[in-house]
Design a protein around this ligand. Structure first.
Ligand code: ZN
Length: 367
Protein backbone atom coordinates (compact mmCIF):
# COMPACT_ATOMS: atom_id res chain seq x y z
CA UNK A 1 0.00 0.00 0.00
CA UNK A 2 1.19 3.51 -0.83
CA UNK A 3 0.38 6.84 0.76
CA UNK A 4 0.69 9.95 -1.40
CA UNK A 5 0.72 13.72 -1.06
CA UNK A 6 -1.81 15.52 -3.25
CA UNK A 7 0.28 18.70 -3.22
CA UNK A 8 3.79 17.59 -4.17
CA UNK A 9 3.16 14.05 -5.41
CA UNK A 10 5.50 12.46 -2.86
CA UNK A 11 4.84 8.77 -2.18
CA UNK A 12 5.52 6.69 0.89
CA UNK A 13 5.22 2.91 1.01
CA UNK A 14 3.56 1.36 4.07
CA UNK A 15 4.86 0.31 6.60
CA UNK A 16 6.42 3.62 7.49
CA UNK A 17 6.94 5.78 10.56
CA UNK A 18 6.40 8.89 8.47
CA UNK A 19 3.11 10.43 9.55
CA UNK A 20 2.87 13.26 7.04
CA UNK A 21 4.58 14.38 3.85
CA UNK A 22 7.93 16.17 4.31
CA UNK A 23 6.15 19.22 2.81
CA UNK A 24 3.81 19.24 5.85
CA UNK A 25 0.65 18.05 4.09
CA UNK A 26 -1.20 14.90 5.19
CA UNK A 27 -1.03 11.80 2.99
CA UNK A 28 -3.91 10.10 1.19
CA UNK A 29 -4.20 6.35 0.59
CA UNK A 30 -3.45 5.41 -3.01
CA UNK A 31 -5.66 3.01 -4.99
CA UNK A 32 -8.69 2.96 -2.68
CA UNK A 33 -11.30 0.61 -4.21
CA UNK A 34 -13.83 2.55 -6.32
CA UNK A 35 -17.28 2.93 -4.78
CA UNK A 36 -19.85 0.53 -6.22
CA UNK A 37 -23.34 0.02 -4.85
CA UNK A 38 -23.02 -3.72 -5.52
CA UNK A 39 -20.01 -3.82 -3.20
CA UNK A 40 -22.00 -2.64 -0.17
CA UNK A 41 -22.58 -5.55 2.22
CA UNK A 42 -26.26 -4.93 2.62
CA UNK A 43 -26.70 -7.67 5.22
CA UNK A 44 -24.38 -5.78 7.59
CA UNK A 45 -25.04 -2.52 9.39
CA UNK A 46 -22.66 0.28 10.32
CA UNK A 47 -19.25 1.17 8.97
CA UNK A 48 -18.14 -2.30 7.97
CA UNK A 49 -20.91 -2.72 5.41
CA UNK A 50 -18.52 -0.61 3.27
CA UNK A 51 -15.57 -2.91 3.91
CA UNK A 52 -15.15 -3.75 0.22
CA UNK A 53 -14.86 -0.09 -0.77
CA UNK A 54 -12.47 0.78 2.08
CA UNK A 55 -8.68 0.39 1.79
CA UNK A 56 -7.74 -3.18 2.83
CA UNK A 57 -6.76 -3.48 6.49
CA UNK A 58 -4.33 -6.32 5.87
CA UNK A 59 -4.24 -9.96 4.89
CA UNK A 60 -6.77 -12.12 6.78
CA UNK A 61 -7.36 -9.30 9.25
CA UNK A 62 -10.58 -8.94 11.22
CA UNK A 63 -12.03 -5.48 11.93
CA UNK A 64 -11.80 -3.99 15.40
CA UNK A 65 -15.40 -2.89 15.80
CA UNK A 66 -17.68 -1.57 18.51
CA UNK A 67 -20.66 -1.18 16.21
CA UNK A 68 -19.66 2.26 14.87
CA UNK A 69 -21.43 4.01 11.99
CA UNK A 70 -25.01 3.48 10.91
CA UNK A 71 -26.01 6.56 12.92
CA UNK A 72 -29.56 7.89 12.53
CA UNK A 73 -30.41 10.76 10.19
CA UNK A 74 -33.29 12.76 11.69
CA UNK A 75 -35.17 14.75 9.07
CA UNK A 76 -37.32 17.66 10.19
CA UNK A 77 -38.76 20.96 9.05
CA UNK A 78 -37.08 24.00 10.57
CA UNK A 79 -37.97 27.60 9.74
CA UNK A 80 -39.03 26.74 6.17
CA UNK A 81 -35.98 24.58 5.55
CA UNK A 82 -35.59 20.83 5.53
CA UNK A 83 -32.92 19.85 8.01
CA UNK A 84 -31.20 16.54 8.51
CA UNK A 85 -29.40 15.99 11.80
CA UNK A 86 -26.85 13.20 11.47
CA UNK A 87 -26.51 11.82 14.99
CA UNK A 88 -22.79 11.11 15.02
CA UNK A 89 -22.71 11.56 18.80
CA UNK A 90 -24.44 8.16 19.03
CA UNK A 91 -21.26 6.38 17.95
CA UNK A 92 -19.79 4.00 20.59
CA UNK A 93 -17.59 6.57 22.37
CA UNK A 94 -19.88 9.52 21.65
CA UNK A 95 -18.28 11.09 18.59
CA UNK A 96 -17.76 10.65 14.84
CA UNK A 97 -14.10 9.90 15.54
CA UNK A 98 -15.04 6.24 16.05
CA UNK A 99 -15.30 5.83 12.29
CA UNK A 100 -11.65 6.78 11.90
CA UNK A 101 -10.48 4.86 14.96
CA UNK A 102 -12.17 1.63 13.92
CA UNK A 103 -10.42 1.53 10.55
CA UNK A 104 -7.07 2.86 11.78
CA UNK A 105 -6.82 0.54 14.80
CA UNK A 106 -7.93 -2.45 12.69
CA UNK A 107 -5.17 -1.63 10.20
CA UNK A 108 -2.46 -1.08 12.83
CA UNK A 109 -3.31 -4.28 14.72
CA UNK A 110 -3.24 -6.27 11.49
CA UNK A 111 0.25 -4.95 10.80
CA UNK A 112 1.56 -5.83 14.24
CA UNK A 113 1.75 -2.30 15.68
CA UNK A 114 1.39 -2.61 19.47
CA UNK A 115 2.31 0.75 21.01
CA UNK A 116 0.54 3.87 19.76
CA UNK A 117 0.39 7.53 20.73
CA UNK A 118 -1.81 10.46 19.74
CA UNK A 119 -2.36 14.04 20.79
CA UNK A 120 -5.99 15.02 21.25
CA UNK A 121 -8.07 17.54 23.09
CA UNK A 122 -10.57 14.83 23.96
CA UNK A 123 -12.87 13.03 21.53
CA UNK A 124 -10.22 11.42 19.35
CA UNK A 125 -8.26 10.42 22.44
CA UNK A 126 -11.28 8.75 24.02
CA UNK A 127 -12.09 7.02 20.74
CA UNK A 128 -8.56 5.68 20.19
CA UNK A 129 -8.48 4.58 23.84
CA UNK A 130 -11.64 2.52 23.38
CA UNK A 131 -10.58 0.85 20.14
CA UNK A 132 -7.07 0.19 21.47
CA UNK A 133 -8.63 -1.47 24.53
CA UNK A 134 -10.72 -3.61 22.23
CA UNK A 135 -7.68 -4.49 20.09
CA UNK A 136 -5.25 -5.03 22.96
CA UNK A 137 -2.91 -2.20 21.97
CA UNK A 138 -1.01 0.00 24.38
CA UNK A 139 -2.04 3.64 23.90
CA UNK A 140 -0.84 6.92 25.32
CA UNK A 141 -2.87 10.08 24.78
CA UNK A 142 -1.22 13.48 25.15
CA UNK A 143 -3.84 16.11 25.92
CA UNK A 144 -3.79 19.75 26.96
CA UNK A 145 -4.19 20.15 30.73
CA UNK A 146 -7.47 22.09 30.17
CA UNK A 147 -9.21 19.12 28.48
CA UNK A 148 -12.71 18.66 29.97
CA UNK A 149 -12.87 16.45 33.07
CA UNK A 150 -15.44 14.14 31.47
CA UNK A 151 -13.17 13.49 28.46
CA UNK A 152 -10.15 12.91 30.72
CA UNK A 153 -12.11 10.36 32.73
CA UNK A 154 -13.33 8.61 29.59
CA UNK A 155 -9.78 8.21 28.25
CA UNK A 156 -8.49 6.85 31.58
CA UNK A 157 -11.35 4.44 32.21
CA UNK A 158 -10.68 2.71 28.89
CA UNK A 159 -7.23 1.99 30.30
CA UNK A 160 -5.20 4.42 28.20
CA UNK A 161 -2.34 6.36 29.70
CA UNK A 162 -3.31 10.03 29.72
CA UNK A 163 -0.45 12.50 29.71
CA UNK A 164 -1.62 16.02 30.48
CA UNK A 165 0.52 18.71 28.90
CA UNK A 166 0.57 22.24 30.29
CA UNK A 167 0.42 25.20 27.92
CA UNK A 168 -1.33 25.69 24.57
CA UNK A 169 -2.52 22.80 22.35
CA UNK A 170 0.64 22.59 20.16
CA UNK A 171 2.64 21.58 23.29
CA UNK A 172 0.74 18.26 23.30
CA UNK A 173 1.84 17.65 19.70
CA UNK A 174 5.47 18.37 20.63
CA UNK A 175 5.22 15.88 23.50
CA UNK A 176 3.78 13.19 21.23
CA UNK A 177 6.63 13.64 18.75
CA UNK A 178 9.11 13.03 21.56
CA UNK A 179 7.37 9.71 22.31
CA UNK A 180 7.55 8.83 18.59
CA UNK A 181 11.34 9.34 18.67
CA UNK A 182 11.41 6.70 21.41
CA UNK A 183 9.68 4.14 19.18
CA UNK A 184 5.93 4.57 19.64
CA UNK A 185 3.76 4.73 16.51
CA UNK A 186 2.00 8.06 15.90
CA UNK A 187 -1.61 7.03 15.26
CA UNK A 188 -2.58 10.59 14.47
CA UNK A 189 -6.32 11.12 14.19
CA UNK A 190 -5.53 14.45 12.56
CA UNK A 191 -3.10 13.23 9.90
CA UNK A 192 -3.34 9.49 9.39
CA UNK A 193 -4.82 8.64 5.97
CA UNK A 194 -6.50 5.47 7.31
CA UNK A 195 -8.31 7.51 9.94
CA UNK A 196 -9.57 9.78 7.15
CA UNK A 197 -10.74 6.80 5.10
CA UNK A 198 -12.80 5.52 8.02
CA UNK A 199 -14.60 8.85 8.27
CA UNK A 200 -15.37 8.74 4.51
CA UNK A 201 -18.14 6.24 5.35
CA UNK A 202 -20.32 9.05 6.73
CA UNK A 203 -20.76 10.26 3.13
CA UNK A 204 -21.69 6.83 1.80
CA UNK A 205 -24.14 6.40 4.64
CA UNK A 206 -25.87 9.74 3.96
CA UNK A 207 -26.22 8.80 0.31
CA UNK A 208 -27.92 5.54 1.25
CA UNK A 209 -30.10 7.10 3.95
CA UNK A 210 -31.38 9.74 1.52
CA UNK A 211 -32.36 7.08 -0.97
CA UNK A 212 -29.48 7.52 -3.37
CA UNK A 213 -28.83 11.26 -3.30
CA UNK A 214 -26.98 13.86 -1.29
CA UNK A 215 -28.46 16.95 0.40
CA UNK A 216 -28.23 20.42 -1.17
CA UNK A 217 -25.99 21.64 1.63
CA UNK A 218 -23.66 20.12 4.20
CA UNK A 219 -22.47 22.27 7.09
CA UNK A 220 -19.45 21.12 9.13
CA UNK A 221 -17.72 22.26 12.27
CA UNK A 222 -14.04 22.52 11.29
CA UNK A 223 -11.00 21.98 13.51
CA UNK A 224 -8.42 19.88 11.68
CA UNK A 225 -10.89 19.49 8.82
CA UNK A 226 -10.87 15.68 8.60
CA UNK A 227 -14.68 15.43 8.62
CA UNK A 228 -15.22 17.88 5.76
CA UNK A 229 -12.24 16.52 3.78
CA UNK A 230 -13.42 12.92 4.11
CA UNK A 231 -17.04 13.69 3.22
CA UNK A 232 -15.75 15.54 0.17
CA UNK A 233 -13.79 12.41 -0.81
CA UNK A 234 -16.99 10.39 -0.42
CA UNK A 235 -19.03 12.62 -2.74
CA UNK A 236 -16.23 12.75 -5.32
CA UNK A 237 -16.17 8.95 -5.33
CA UNK A 238 -19.96 8.75 -5.62
CA UNK A 239 -19.72 11.17 -8.53
CA UNK A 240 -16.95 9.14 -10.17
CA UNK A 241 -19.19 6.09 -9.87
CA UNK A 242 -21.89 7.95 -11.85
CA UNK A 243 -24.19 8.08 -8.82
CA UNK A 244 -24.25 11.86 -8.30
CA UNK A 245 -24.95 14.59 -10.86
CA UNK A 246 -24.29 17.66 -8.74
CA UNK A 247 -22.22 18.00 -5.59
CA UNK A 248 -23.77 19.34 -2.39
CA UNK A 249 -22.45 22.71 -1.24
CA UNK A 250 -19.90 22.26 1.55
CA UNK A 251 -19.80 24.95 4.20
CA UNK A 252 -17.22 25.07 6.98
CA UNK A 253 -17.83 26.76 10.31
CA UNK A 254 -15.28 27.80 12.89
CA UNK A 255 -15.36 29.54 16.22
CA UNK A 256 -14.58 33.23 15.86
CA UNK A 257 -11.91 32.72 18.54
CA UNK A 258 -9.96 30.27 16.37
CA UNK A 259 -10.58 30.65 12.66
CA UNK A 260 -7.52 29.91 10.50
CA UNK A 261 -9.70 28.50 7.71
CA UNK A 262 -11.89 31.61 7.67
CA UNK A 263 -8.83 33.88 7.42
CA UNK A 264 -7.47 31.86 4.50
CA UNK A 265 -10.88 31.88 2.81
CA UNK A 266 -11.28 35.65 3.17
CA UNK A 267 -7.81 36.30 1.81
CA UNK A 268 -8.15 33.90 -1.11
CA UNK A 269 -5.26 31.73 0.13
CA UNK A 270 -4.95 28.13 -0.97
CA UNK A 271 -3.78 26.96 2.44
CA UNK A 272 -4.18 27.99 6.06
CA UNK A 273 -1.65 29.77 8.21
CA UNK A 274 -1.22 29.10 11.90
CA UNK A 275 -3.19 31.34 14.25
CA UNK A 276 -3.09 31.99 17.98
CA UNK A 277 -6.29 30.38 19.33
CA UNK A 278 -8.42 32.36 21.77
CA UNK A 279 -10.72 30.67 24.29
CA UNK A 280 -13.92 29.13 22.95
CA UNK A 281 -16.63 26.75 24.22
CA UNK A 282 -16.08 24.83 20.97
CA UNK A 283 -12.92 23.18 22.33
CA UNK A 284 -13.16 20.33 19.80
CA UNK A 285 -12.38 22.66 16.90
CA UNK A 286 -9.85 24.95 18.55
CA UNK A 287 -6.99 24.03 16.21
CA UNK A 288 -4.28 26.56 15.38
CA UNK A 289 -3.20 24.92 12.14
CA UNK A 290 -5.70 22.51 10.54
CA UNK A 291 -4.03 19.47 8.97
CA UNK A 292 -6.65 19.26 6.20
CA UNK A 293 -6.96 23.05 5.76
CA UNK A 294 -5.95 23.06 2.10
CA UNK A 295 -8.42 20.28 1.30
CA UNK A 296 -11.24 21.85 3.33
CA UNK A 297 -10.79 25.10 1.38
CA UNK A 298 -10.85 23.18 -1.89
CA UNK A 299 -14.06 21.39 -0.92
CA UNK A 300 -15.77 24.69 -0.06
CA UNK A 301 -14.57 26.53 -3.19
CA UNK A 302 -15.25 23.73 -5.63
CA UNK A 303 -18.80 23.20 -4.39
CA UNK A 304 -19.78 26.86 -4.04
CA UNK A 305 -20.10 26.78 -0.24
CA UNK A 306 -18.73 29.22 2.31
CA UNK A 307 -16.51 29.46 5.37
CA UNK A 308 -18.30 31.10 8.30
CA UNK A 309 -17.54 31.93 11.90
CA UNK A 310 -19.76 32.02 14.97
CA UNK A 311 -19.41 33.43 18.48
CA UNK A 312 -19.59 31.45 21.71
CA UNK A 313 -22.99 32.87 22.68
CA UNK A 314 -24.40 31.79 19.31
CA UNK A 315 -22.95 28.30 19.78
CA UNK A 316 -24.48 27.95 23.24
CA UNK A 317 -27.85 29.25 22.01
CA UNK A 318 -27.80 26.69 19.17
CA UNK A 319 -26.90 23.98 21.65
CA UNK A 320 -29.96 24.93 23.68
CA UNK A 321 -32.15 24.81 20.55
CA UNK A 322 -30.93 21.28 19.90
CA UNK A 323 -31.55 20.25 23.51
CA UNK A 324 -35.12 21.55 23.20
CA UNK A 325 -35.55 19.09 20.35
CA UNK A 326 -34.20 16.29 22.55
CA UNK A 327 -30.67 16.33 21.16
CA UNK A 328 -27.96 16.64 23.81
CA UNK A 329 -24.62 17.54 22.21
CA UNK A 330 -21.37 19.19 23.23
CA UNK A 331 -20.98 22.87 22.20
CA UNK A 332 -18.67 22.02 19.26
CA UNK A 333 -21.45 19.94 17.73
CA UNK A 334 -23.83 22.92 17.79
CA UNK A 335 -21.50 25.07 15.68
CA UNK A 336 -23.17 24.25 12.32
CA UNK A 337 -26.65 25.08 13.64
CA UNK A 338 -25.33 28.37 15.05
CA UNK A 339 -24.12 29.22 11.54
CA UNK A 340 -27.40 28.17 9.99
CA UNK A 341 -29.30 30.46 12.34
CA UNK A 342 -27.10 33.44 11.58
CA UNK A 343 -27.00 32.88 7.82
CA UNK A 344 -30.58 31.66 7.39
CA UNK A 345 -31.06 33.91 4.35
CA UNK A 346 -28.34 32.15 2.35
CA UNK A 347 -30.62 29.12 2.03
CA UNK A 348 -33.64 28.68 -0.24
CA UNK A 349 -37.01 27.35 0.93
CA UNK A 350 -36.99 23.56 1.11
CA UNK A 351 -33.27 23.24 0.59
CA UNK A 352 -32.20 20.03 2.29
CA UNK A 353 -29.37 20.84 4.69
CA UNK A 354 -27.52 18.17 6.64
CA UNK A 355 -25.68 18.99 9.85
CA UNK A 356 -23.52 16.35 11.50
CA UNK A 357 -23.92 16.45 15.28
CA UNK A 358 -20.39 15.38 16.07
CA UNK A 359 -20.04 14.90 19.86
CA UNK A 360 -22.19 13.89 22.84
CA UNK A 361 -23.34 16.39 25.47
CA UNK A 362 -22.22 14.13 28.31
CA UNK A 363 -18.60 14.84 27.33
CA UNK A 364 -18.82 18.51 28.10
CA UNK A 365 -18.60 20.25 31.45
CA UNK A 366 -20.39 23.24 29.87
CA UNK A 367 -23.89 23.47 31.33
ZN1 ZN B 1 3.90 16.88 -0.01
Amino acid sequence: MNFFCALCGNKETWPTQRWCCPCGQPFFVEDVPAFRLEAVRTQESGLWRYRDVLPPIGPHAEPVSLGEGGTPLLLEAWDGLDIGFKLEFLNPTGSFKDRGSSLLVSFLRAWGVRDIVDDSSGNAGASLAAYSARAGLRVRIFAPAHTSAAKQAQIRVYGAELVLVEGPRPRATEAVLEAVKEGAYYASHAYHPMFLEGVVTIGYELFEQLGGRMPDHLIFPVGHGSLIASTYLAVKRLQAAGLLQALPRFSAVQSQACAPLFTAWQNGWEDVQEVEPGHTVAEGISIARPAWGRHALKAVRETGGAVLTVRDEEILAARKMLAKRGLYVEPTAAVPLAALVRWRKRFHPHDLIVLPLTGHGLKSSER
